[in-house]
Write a protein that binds this ligand. Structure first.
Ligand code: GDP
Ligand code: ZN
Length: 364
């Protein structure tokens, strides 16, 4: 909204400037209007056509919202400086985490001219069902849980399916270990044991007591992570504990201000929808983390049946071994999956969780 007000203010100013000029000289050429419009373009980070651009250098997208990209320079002479950029129209939509080639204009603005190959891409369907990229080059999905709010249902499993289908490493991150007591241990410990047995790493932390934070930093070193999980488990608190503020640009707002940034951007789209900034934070110990409300929920929307069963990685040795090729693993004779469950090779809760998720993705 702030952006819209700004535009209207500027338009008024331009109007009044033009009226002033009109009084001074009887001249009303389009280039005149263009000259006045320049500051608007500049505040919207669109370098003017014909503006001198610097050499092509590498950079990293550390924030995107709407059409706007913040590029952290990886050039020798200005490494770490952030430039507000737009992208050449021949490029696909760029997202936070993208490695790019860009050119500086003046006033800390610039233009992105090329996209480097992506290792991974997180995308999610928009309102029309089209896949829209959200973040690039993520390596790790940290699924944050806590004793409170209590982990529910098969939420963890849905996130794991998403991680597997994207080729991300997954880790279960138990936060708020300071809140553990014998009652909470009774449901948390078996849950953690279940995922450890499947092969997922488990890290225990507390942002309150700072316990385990160094282990987490080590785990995330040299990687780009996303934190997913229920609201209230402590994702923002974790990010704040892990952030390397010495590497932050001066004007980087803290997490609480992100919503405001989203609103600002939505103003450009006449407020029809809210676009929220997706940001990359550098972490102490050389890791990076990408965060936005969309990413926090990543994996909680549509998945297909094939992705789903492939995401239950311990089922893999059994799914092709059923007697019937089209086995649904419900009560068919010779079902290798049910057999594995009966022999204790597959946890019954995971099988139940699989069927529950399946029922949410296939029409009844
Ligand atoms: P988010 O919704 O996942 O981002 O969670 P927040 O970071 O906003 O945290 C939710 C609440 O949990 C806040 O009141 C935090 O102060 C609290 N919290 C975060 N980490 C811890 C922790 O390690 N121990 C305890 N006891 N509370 C925590
Ligand atoms: Zn079967």
């Amino acid at each position: 909204m702030a952006k819209r007000r700004l535009n209207q203010q500027q338009l008024r100013r331009i109007d009044s400037n033009q009226q002033q000029r009109g009084k001074r000289v009887a001249q009303d050429s389009p280039s005149d209007t263009g000259a006045e419009a320049a500051p608007i373009s500049a505040t919207q980070s669109e370098p003017l056509a014909g503006q001198e651009l610097g050499p092509e250098v590498p950079g990293l997208v550390i924030c995107h919202y709407g059409q706007q990209l913040d590029i952290e320079s990886h050039a020798e002479h200005n490494r770490g400086t952030v430039y507000r950029c737009h992208q050449r129209s021949n490029l696909p939509p760029l997202v936070t985490g993208d490695n790019v080639v860009w050119q500086a204009a003046d006033d800390n603005s610039g233009v992105v001219v090329a996209l480097q190959e992506r290792r991974t891409i997180l995308s999610r369907p928009n309102a029309h069902g089209d896949q829209r990229p959200v973040a690039a080059n993520v390596d790790v999905m940290a699924i944050v849980i806590a004793p409170l709010p209590q982990p529910f249902g098969n939420l963890i499993d849905r996130y794991l399916v998403a991680a597997e289908s994207l080729g991300l490493r997954a880790v279960i991150l138990l936060n708020k270990t300071d809140l553990l007591d014998s009652t909470r241990d009774a449901f948390i410990e078996p849950l953690l044991e279940l995922y450890k047995n499947i092969g997922y790493p488990v890290i225990r932390v507390s942002t309150k007591s700072n316990g385990g934070i160094e282990d987490l930093q080590q785990f995330l070193a040299q990687q780009t992570a996303v934190f997913v999980g229920q609201s209230g488990v402590g994702k923002s608190s974790l990010i704040n504990s892990l952030r390397d503020t010495s590497r932050l640009p001066d004007d980087m707002p803290d997490l609480q201000e992100d919503a405001a940034v989203g609103e600002l951007s939505a103003g450009r789209d006449k407020g029809t929808h809210t676009t929220t900034a997706t940001r990359l934070y550098h972490l102490i110990g050389s890791g990076d983390l990408i965060d936005s409300p969309g990413i926090r929920e990543f994996g909680l929307w549509h998945m297909d049946q094939h992705q789903l069963i492939a995401g239950f990685i311990e089922f893999k040795p059994f799914i092709d071994k059923c007697r019937f090729r089209d086995c649904r693993h419900l009560h068919e004779p010779g079902c290798a999956l049910l057999d594995a469950r009966d022999k204790g090779l597959i946890n019954p809760e995971r099988l139940t969780s699989y069927f529950h998720t399946l029922s949410t993705i296939t029409p009844a």
